[in-house]
Write a protein that binds this ligand. Structure first.
Ligand code: KIV
Ligand code: NA
Length: 274
C-alpha cells in the first residue's frame, strides 16, 4: 500500500518526524524504499544532479515525467511527489496540464510548486480538482535570479511574509510545505503555527520533517555538498574506486575469469572451425 498525504498529516499530529528524500530513477527509489523511506520527491534538482545543468530552470515537464515514472515503479509503497517545473504553473490551465502529465503519465501522487500567497489561487485550483499540492517557501530555486542562493527571511518583514505565505498555502489546501534555507527559529515558529507539516532543508531541526537531495546524502555531487547536508557514505568515491578497479583488471587481463565466461566442448569447437 502506498503512503498517502493523509499519512503524512497524521505523522505531524502524532509528533513523528517525517523523512523525505529525493529520487530520480528506479534504483534510487527502490533503495530508498528498502531503507524504509516512503516519502519521495522527484525534485527538479534533477536538472543539476542528474542532467548536469546549472540550475533547475531548464528542466522540462518531459524530463520530469521521464524520471518520475521510473521512481513510481521503483518505490511501489511510497508517496511520490513530483516538482512542477519552472513556468509550467503560471496560470491554472498550465498548472493543470503539468499536473496531468505528472499524475496521469508518470503516476505520481502529488505535485510541488514554489511560491506563497500569490500562488494560492493555483494551489486552490489544483487541490479542488483532486491534485495534492506541496508548497515550497524560503529559498525557491526557480526564482534564483530574483532572490539569490542564500538564506531567506532573516529580517522581520520577510519572516512575517513567509509565515503569511505558509498560512495562505495551508488555506489553499496544500498538504505540506517545504521550507528551504530559512533560519531555524523561524522555521520552528512557522511549523508550530501550521496544521500541515513543514519539511525542512537547511531550515533546522524544528521542522516536522526533513528532505535531502540523494546526491548530497551519498557524496555523489561533483560540487561540495551544501552546509545543511551530511554525507552518510562516500558512495561517489566508492563508485569511482570500483570503476578504477574494473578498468585495471581489464587492462591486466584479470577480468573476466573462467568463472565469468561460458565453456564450450572442445570437440564442438573443432567441428565448427573444421
Ligand atoms: O528539487 C528539489 O530537490 C527540491 C528539494 C530541495 C526540496 O525541491
Ligand atoms: Na525543486
Amino acid at each position: 500500500m502506498r503512503f498517502t498525504v493523509r499519512d503524512i498529516g497524521a505523522m505531524k499530529q502524532a509528533g513523528e518526524r517525517i523523512v523525505m528524500l529525493t529520487a530520480y530513477d528506479h534504483p534510487s527509489a527502490a533503495l530508498a524504499e528498502a531503507a524504509g523511506v516512503r516519502f519521495l520527491l522527484v525534485g527538479d534538482s534533477l536538472g543539476m544532479v542528474v542532467l548536469g545543468r546549472d540550475s533547475t530552470l531548464p528542466v522540462t515537464i518531459g524530463d520530469m515525467v521521464h524520471h518520475a515514472e521510473a521512481v513510481v515503479r521503483g518505490a511501489p509503497n511510497a508517496l511520490v511527489v513530483g516538482d512542477l517545473p519552472f513556468l509550467t504553473y503560471a496560470c491554472p490551465e498550465d498548472a493543470v496540464a503539468a499536473a496531468r502529465a505528472l499524475m496521469q503519465q508518470a503516476g505520481v501522487q502529488a505535485v510541488k510548486l514554489e511560491g506563497g500567497a500569490a500562488l494560492a489561487p493555483i494551489v486552490r485550483h489544483l487541490t479542488t480538482l483532486g491534485v495534492p499540492v506541496m508548497g515550497h517557501l524560503g529559498f525557491t530555486p526557480q526564482a534564483m535570479h530574483q532572490v539569490g542562493v542564500r538564506v531567506q527571511a532573516k529580517e522581520a518583514a520577510e519572516a512575517r511574509r513567509l509565515l503569511d505565505d505558509a498560512l495562505a498555502l495551508q488555506d489553499a489546501g496544500a498538504f505540506a510545505v517545504v521550507l528551504e534555507l530559512v533560519p531555524a527559529p523561524l522555521a520552528e515558529a512557522v511549523s508550530a503555527r501550521l496544521r500541515i507539516p513543514t519539511i525542512g532543508i537547511g531550515a533546522g531541526a524544528g521542522c516536522d520533517g526533513q528532505v535531502q537531495v540523494w546526491h548530497d546524502l551519498l557524496g555523489l555531487s561533483l560540487q561540495k555538498p551544501p552546509r545543511h547536508a551530511r554525507v552518510y557514505a562516500p558512495v561517489g568515491e566508492m563508485i569511482r574506486d570500483a570503476i578504477a578497479a574494473y578498468a585495471a583488471d581489464v587492462r591486466d587481463g584479470s577480468f573476466p575469469t573462467a568463472a565469468n565466461s561460458a565453456r564450450m566442448d572442445q570437440a564442438e569447437l573443432d567441428r565448427a572451425l573444421g
